[in-house]
Design a protein around this ligand. Structure first.
Ligand code: CA
Length: 411
């Protein structure tokens, strides 16, 4: 069997830069999705992909047993960069690597990028997501539907570059001619549901066309994240050759501006009835038969009344909004705390009041999660905010358990 491949990586519609990287060098195919918020996720993913490409140039990659070691070398390369440059601390990347050999596919996987198989029109996900919500679904604490909309669905529990060593999932399975494989960063499945992905893959003949169509779908759905899609067709060697595909090589994305993710921190606006105000003002001008000074006086008075009504309405709306908003943040002593109000200040005025302090210190959380908490994780009610805290506590606990074995001498 031989492979026909197509790939596309796109910045999406919201992010400033593309933090995804990919590699196509038969028989190895890799998708890496960098993370780190304001830190250089693009550096993380391109470092991982370049480390793998470097290893391929020097080593024999025929051995599936070497795949975990290959990904661990990529991890070490990212980790070393974070250790030598403080500005890169906390960056990390996912890595989903597939090796196709004869009629077998071998996967080495860390993070929440995904591999899927389309066989006989049926799409199945081959990889587990190393995310908090995936784990909660497996433990029966969340339904798959709840997980899809969970505010912490982006928190990943395993990535390259967060520690000196990393646990790699390894998986092998047999292929048959006609199988179509998909590797993608989470920018695709977070925007397009699995059914639609399967349909699109089944409808497009050429892999490159399928990849283009999937990226377009994700962008049409909002393109909230970078999207990288790789489609691999397993073709019977006897079948006639299709037109030549894309050159198989590193698709590391050029280092664009660092992709600071747009956060959902919409500043509170006072949504006064602006249209109504105009209408009232016009009405006030139509008082013709009064002396001029009284006319102006009435006009000013009418304006002042309208303004006062607007201010009262604005304050009322703002107070109502603040009273119904909660967020999980950090207090001055470094403890994770539930606040009522909004995380951001408006015109220098703080819009928060402390609702409930917890015993969880921000220091107890994994480094890559602290940013989110420091900027405030919003919730629609106090009980929802308490749920968020519970999730963070569980995460801190499992992190300290997981980390204990791996962090010897590195922290
Ligand atoms: Ca992503």
């Amino acid at each position: 069997m031989r492979i026909v491949a197509g790939a596309k990586s796109d910045v999406g519609r919201v992010r400033q830069g593309n933090e995804d990287s990919y590699l196509m060098r038969e028989p190895i195919f890799v998708v890496a999705d960098g993370m780190g918020g304001h830190i250089a996720g693009d550096v993380a993913s391109s470092t991982a992909v370049e480390a793998i490409a470097g290893e391929l140039a020097s080593a024999d990659v025929g051995d599936p047993d070497s795949l975990a070691a290959l990904v661990k070398k990529a991890n070490a390369a990212v980790w070393e960069k974070t250790q030598s440059d403080p500005s890169l601390r906390g960056m990390g990347t996912t890595c989903t690597l597939m090796m196709v050999q004869n009629s077998t596919a071998h996967l080495a996987h860390v993070g929440d990028s995904r591999a899927y198989l389309l066989r006989a029109g049926e799409l199945s996900q081959l990889t587990d997501d190393h995310t908090l919500v995936w784990r909660m679904v497996q433990e029966g604490r969340l339904s798959p539907n709840e997980a899809e909309h969970h505010p912490q669905r982006n928190i990943i529990t395993r990535a390259l570059g967060l520690d000196a060593d990393v646990e790699v999932d390894i998986l092998s399975f047999d292929l048959v001619p006609g199988d179509r494989l998909l590797l993608c960063s989470d920018g695709l499945p977070s925007m397009v549901d699995a059914e639609r992905i399967g349909q699109t893959l089944a409808e497009s003949n050429e892999p490159q066309r399928a990849a283009d169509a999937l990226v377009e779908l994700a962008n049409r759905a909002g393109g909230e994240d970078n999207i990288t899609v790789m489609v691999l067709d397993l073709v019977d060697s006897e079948a006639p050759s299709p037109p030549p595909g894309e050159d198989a090589d590193t698709g590391a994305i050029p280092q664009a501006s660092r992709g600071t993710a747009a956060r959902a921190d919409t500043p509170v606006e006072q949504r006064g009835p602006a249209g109504a105000a105009n209408t009232v003002m016009h009405t006030a001008t139509s008082a013709p038969s009064v002396p001029k000074h009284r006319y102006w006086l009435r006009r000013v008075l009418a304006g002042a009344i309208v303004l006062a009504v607007l201010i009262v309405a604005g304050v009322f709306i703002l107070r109502w909004q603040l009273g119904n908003s909660y967020f999980v943040g950090v207090d001055d002593s470094g403890l994770v705390t539930i606040f009522q109000g909004r995380p951001e200040a408006v015109a220098g005025i703080s819009l928060r009041s402390e609702a409930q302090q917890t015993q969880l210190a921000i220091e107890d959380l994994p480094e890559f999660m602290r940013d989110d908490v420091e900027q405030g994780i919003t919730a629609d009610s106090l009980s929802e905010a308490r749920d968020r805290v519970e999730t963070l506590e569980a995460q801190a606990e499992s992190f300290s358990k997981e980390g204990a074995g791996r962090r010897n001498g590195n922290s």
